[in-house]
Design a protein around this ligand. Structure first.
Ligand SMILES: [Zn+2]
Length: 263
């Protein structure tokens, strides 16, 4: 294999959010400057993954502060573990720079000291939403088991989460009521949510709650308490395509656990 290509594939960004998901800032340095993005040696920014939207934030450099409006993961190697289809190990994280700050990139060089900070409130909202989505999903599978193999997508935003399914039969009003009831019943237990790395692979992660296990690398709460009551709706997307959506208008945002990383 071409040496340059090997080097590309082997480069990784240290994922500080897996060491501590409450970190809002960290000191690092620039690994590489891309046309519209910055790659850092390490980051607290969660990249888009598993349906969860990416963090937003800033990168403070000696030449000024650049805003990033998205983060994405590239070049991971597939996880060869049962149940982790589509998951990737390692890889690099690109911080996509705000269009108005792109002109500053030409002054940035590899090795430059950098401080990466995220919008903690957005992260907390995404974390609540992501956790809520698992209760929606677990309840949906409990009501209609075939959904598990016909899930075609999910999207986790700050104010709601949704799953899309390929199903012949539309969800009935009764299905939706029962899914909502079960999801809220799970939340009401207020048990501990566990997030663990499987077999030492930091990217192969498992969400578990009361015996329900879902492979997932996103950021999650450690208890469902802050989600509050889930509201579930459905939408027909076209022939054989259904969407389930949840909202959580009573969710409590709490930034007290978040902190900056000090080297
Ligand atoms: Zn998750």
């Amino acid at each position: 294999m071409n040496d340059l290509l090997t080097h590309e594939v082997l480069r990784t960004t240290e994922k500080l959010y897996y060491q501590d998901q409450y970190l809002t800032a960290a000191d690092t340095q620039v690994a590489r400057v891309h046309a519209d993005a910055l790659e850092l040696d390490s980051t607290v920014a969660y990249p888009e993954g598993g349906g969860q939207e990416a963090d937003f934030g800033t990168i403070e450099l000696p030449i000024g502060t650049l805003r990033f409006i998205w983060a994405k993961k590239l070049y991971g190697t597939p996880i060869r573990l049962e149940g982790f289809k589509g998951g990737k190990l390692g890889g690099i994280i690109l911080h996509m720079i705000h269009p108005e700050d792109l002109h500053l990139l030409e002054q940035v060089t590899a090795g430059m000291p950098a401080r990466v900070c995220i919008d903690a409130e957005r992260r907390d909202r995404l974390t609540v939403s992501h956790s809520a989505s698992h209760f929606l999903y677990a309840a949906a599978i409990a009501v209609r088991q075939e959904l598990e193999q016909w899930t075609i997508g999910c999207h986790i935003k700050e104010d709601g989460a949704r799953f899309d399914f390929l199903v012949e039969e539309p969800f009935s009003a009764e299905d939706v009521r029962e899914i909502e009831r079960r999801a809220n019943e799970l939340i009401a237990w207020q048990d501990a949510i566990e997030n663990t790395a499987v077999q030492g692979f930091e990217d192969a992660r498992l969400w578990s709650y009361r015996g329900i296990e879902i492979p997932c690398g996103g950021t999650h709460l450690d208890s469902p308490q802050r989600i509050g009551r889930l509201h579930v709706r459905r939408k027909r997307l076209g022939k054989s395509k259904e969407r389930l959506m949840c909202e959580f208008p009573d969710a409590a945002i709490d930034l007290s656990a978040y902190r900056e990383h000090r080297a």
